[in-house]
Design a protein around this ligand. Structure first.
Ligand code: GLU
Length: 549
């Protein structure tokens, strides 16, 4: 068979050669040890925590030594494409402050986009150039088998209890002659292009996976499809060419691709490319209350797998990043405790420290990290964060909450413990925060119950309003509360109360709690006097009067 003639028949329009592209995309000039990584999502519209987890790993690996992290869009599968999905991916990376240097999101004319285009659909000519070269070397051939032909092969293999697939003697189109091929093409038959696998079932490949360690797998023997009927490449073929020409050194990708590694190994080999280092990530896991064991986070069962979830509820991007780093590298937490004030970018990130068995997602831990990270903000940063969130996610409430900036800032100062001896850590995410402080702006729907009978509560509250003086400072206000306690049979002195609780209706703390619940709807809040002074005397009286009635 004249392979050149066949290549010309199949690819009459290809004008370039692989050498052309090798020259056009030279090795990158980067510092020693610098790595080139990428995020290569398919624009399916669903981007989840696992994607962010890998993206952060990619970003850290690239940037720890002055390398490059770029974004490539794997849009070869028309059926799975969703409008707006690329924007979503870019927005998510920007929102979580995961810096990428190159690729989709930048214009092709931008100087940093020298290795593009970064959308696979725009690279078809490049794929065809390499496919043609494989045909010229007898390493690829057209296959005209229909779905029915393939089903028949499969049935035969299953009946014979043999490995299913398109290989060896089952590869029906492997040995078509030039004349047969030409005839079919002239008759308008459609075809895919297949790799002529050189693999053998009794040989193994072995390589060191940066995360999983040493991997040994049987060689690929399948004549896999590299170009589909419409000439668009499969993932296997496209990723090999792209990662090579974009000069990727390190590929971090989902563990579901590990089984295909032998295909990629062969493709890199026949294409004459050096393999990048692969790191296959384990699935994020979750503690399963039903079984008491670990299970994979699932799209169907776990809303917290979706990144939308965190944006909708307003998790601070920095807290998410810190949390993901604790999942990514087991020694991050210790480092961060030791150097709480260092930029997290200084953490010596290591691929080897990524979990082989699947990092365990733990919401409580995430929440603790959120509390801690939010406690590092000042009131203005917190204000901006909440305001931005509310504009997007609670448009109907923005005017109510943010009409008076000074009021909001005083609430935040109080709740964050700014100026107090110790910072408070009540805040977790935007939605929870605004719910927590919502009573400053509108009546709470669900108020806590008063502990004492209604008539006693009313008597105390009436007295409180009668004796209230808005000019009193915190101390004088509290002394008045104690006097109220004494007048109504409550102990104003805690020691006296503890010694003989039976002599009293309750203590000063019960009295304070009545006022607290009446004003805020909650029994647990920061300093009540300050709250009253933020709300103002009239609003306080109105709230308490409503309870008395
Ligand atoms: N497009 C592939 C996916 O979304 C990318 C895998 C890879 O990173 O190579 O699963």
């Amino acid at each position: 068979m004249d392979n050149n003639k066949l290549a010309q028949l199949l690819f009459p329009d290809v004008v370039n050669t692989p050498e052309y592209y090798e020259e056009k995309f030279p090795y990158r000039k980067l510092p020693n040890k610098a790595e080139v990584t990428r995020m290569a999502p398919s624009p399916t519209g669903f981007i989840h925590l696992g994607n962010l987890y890998s993206a952060l790993a990619d970003e850290r690996i690239a940037h720890r030594n002055g390398g490059v992290f770029y974004l490539r869009i794997e849009d070869t599968d028309e059926k799975r494409k969703v409008d707006g999905a690329v924007e979503t991916i870019i927005n998510v990376l920007r929102y979580f402050d995961i810096e990428f240097d190159e690729g989709a999101g930048y214009a092709d004319t931008d100087p940093q986009n020298a290795y593009g285009p970064y959308f696979q659909r725009q690279r078809v000519e490049i794929y065809h150039t390499y496919a043609k070269s494989l045909v010229e070397r007898g390493l690829a051939y057209p296959c005209f088998c229909s779905e029915e032909d393939l089903a028949e092969v499969r049935k035969k293999q299953e009946d014979n209890k043999e490995l299913t697939g398109y290989y060896g003697e089952y590869a029906l189109c492997r040995n078509l002659t030039y004349e047969e091929i030409e005839e079919k093409i002239n008759a308008g038959e459609s075809y895919v292009l297949r790799l002529r696998s050189q693999g053998s079932p009794d040989r193994e490949i072995s390589f060191v996976d940066s995360i999983m360690g040493e991997i040994k797998l049987p060689e690929n023997i399948h004549d896999i499809v590299i170009l589909k009927r419409d000439g668009v490449p499969t993932y296997h073929f496209a990723h090999a060419i792209d990662d090579h020409l974009m000069r990727t050194t390190t590929v971090i990708r989902g563990g579901e691709w590990l089984a295909s590694a032998p295909i990629h190994y062969e493709l890199f080999h026949v294409l004459g490319f050096k393999m990048p280092a692969y790191g296959h990530t384990a699935h994020l896991m979750k503690f399963d209350e039903e079984t008491g064991g670990k299970r994979k986070l699932s799209k169907r069962k776990d809303p917290e797998l979706s990144l939308d979830y965190y944006r909708r509820d307003g998790y601070h991007p920095r807290a998410m990043k810190v949390y993901l780093l604790t999942l990514l590298n087991s020694n991050f937490e210790e480092w961060y405790e030791k150097f709480p004030d260092k930029d997290i970018k200084e953490f010596p990130f290591s691929i080897e420290k990524m979990s082989q068995s699947g990092a365990l997602f733990d919401k409580e831990k995430l929440h603790n990290i959120c509390k801690n990270e939010l406690s590092k903000l000042d009131e203005n940063e917190m204000y901006d964060f909440l305001y931005d969130w509310a504009k997007e996610n609670a448009a109907d409430k923005v005017d109510l909450w943010f009409a008076d900036k000074e009021k909001m800032l005083s609430i935040l100062r109080l709740y964050m413990g700014i100026g107090a001896k110790r910072r408070r850590k009540d805040f977790i995410f935007a939605k929870q925060i605004l719910e927590m402080i919502g009573y400053f702006f509108e009546e709470k729907e669900e108020k806590e119950e008063f502990k004492l009978p209604a008539d006693i509560t009313s008597q105390v509250l009436v007295d409180y309003l009668e004796s209230y003086d808005h000019a009193s400072d915190n101390q004088a206000w509290f002394s008045n509360l104690k006097e109220i306690a004494d007048r109504h049979g409550f102990a104003s002195d805690m020691k006296a109360y503890k010694a003989n609780p039976e002599n009293y209706k309750g203590s000063i703390s019960d009295v304070a709690e009545m006022v607290r619940i009446a004003v805020t709807g909650m029994s647990n809040t920061p300093d009540l006097w300050t709250i009253i002074h933020i709300i103002g005397e009239d609003a306080m009286r109105e709230k308490i009067n409503a309870v008395i009635k």
